[in-house]
Ligand binder design. Structure first.
Ligand code: CA
Length: 230
């Protein structure tokens, strides 16, 4: 299957360049020149990945990202933000809104291509697999078992679902609200700090009471992510 990429960029020269290059790399590419058009196109045909400019006319990139994350069907579509800004707060804001990665302008086409390949590789296979391995962590979704360094880890049902979700998107930072929606469901009322409680339990189980390194990273004022390399 050829991955379908939606490029959202209002600068004609850049969107033409992106379309030309991604097309040459074998992707199916469609370009939107503003946020409104992007949302329409994404609802007509769900992209496998979106390259989204931060500064856009009509609806901003960050707002497009937020709205896509609110829709059930586009909640998990990988999004790479293009940003001219390099401030840390903006990056965190982008990730907090649900972007998977960001590339700072000006960038080399080879850099963006590498990020696209990495994101597609990271996110798409993991969603369909029954058995997922990340670092020294193995999850068997069918048998409902988790092992770390070969030893079984016992998790409650919520901690299991939480880990399952984090393992589907390693390295990606999720806010408490995003985790609530994904793990508890958006129709359930649960306080955001409930997430902290379950993250705490999950952490304790995974670290086997501090014997092993902590794979869950807390990103201040942004949320949590699973980082097996750190
Ligand atoms: Ca722009």
């Amino acid at each position: 299957m050829i991955p379908f990429i939606l490029v959202v960029e209002d600068e004609d020269a850049l969107s033409t360049l992106l379309q030309y290059n991604l097309d040459k790399e074998g992707y199916d590419v469609v370009v939107a020149s503003d946020g409104e058009e992007a949302l329409t196109l994404a609802s007509e045909r769900l992209p496998d990945l979106i390259v989204l400019d931060w500064m856009l006319p009509k609806v901003s990139g960050i707002e497009v990202c937020r709205r896509l994350r609110q829709r059930t069907e586009s909640r998990n579509v990988p999004i790479i933000m293009l940003t001219a800004r390099s401030e840390e707060s903006d990056r965190i804001r982008g990730l907090d809104t649900g972007a998977d990665d960001y590339v700072v302008k000006p960038f080399a086409m080879s850099e963006l291509s590498a990020r696209i390949r990495a994101v597609l590789r990271r996110i798409r296979p993991g969603l369909a697999e029954d058995r997922v391995a990340i670092g020294d962590l193995i999850m068997d979704r069918v048998a409902h078992r988790v092992k770390r360094q070969g030893k079984e880890i016992h998790l409650g049902p919520t901690e299991f679902r939480l880990l399952d979700y984090l393992m589907q998107h390693p390295g990606r930072v999720f806010s408490r609200e995003q985790l609530l929606d994904a793990v508890w469901g958006s129709d359930v009322y649960v306080e955001a700090r409930t997430v902290d409680v379950h993250i705490g339990r999950l952490r304790k189980a995974l670290n086997r009471d501090d014997v092993l390194s902590d794979p869950i990273r807390t990103v201040r004022s942004a949320g949590y992510s699973l980082d097996m390399d750190s």
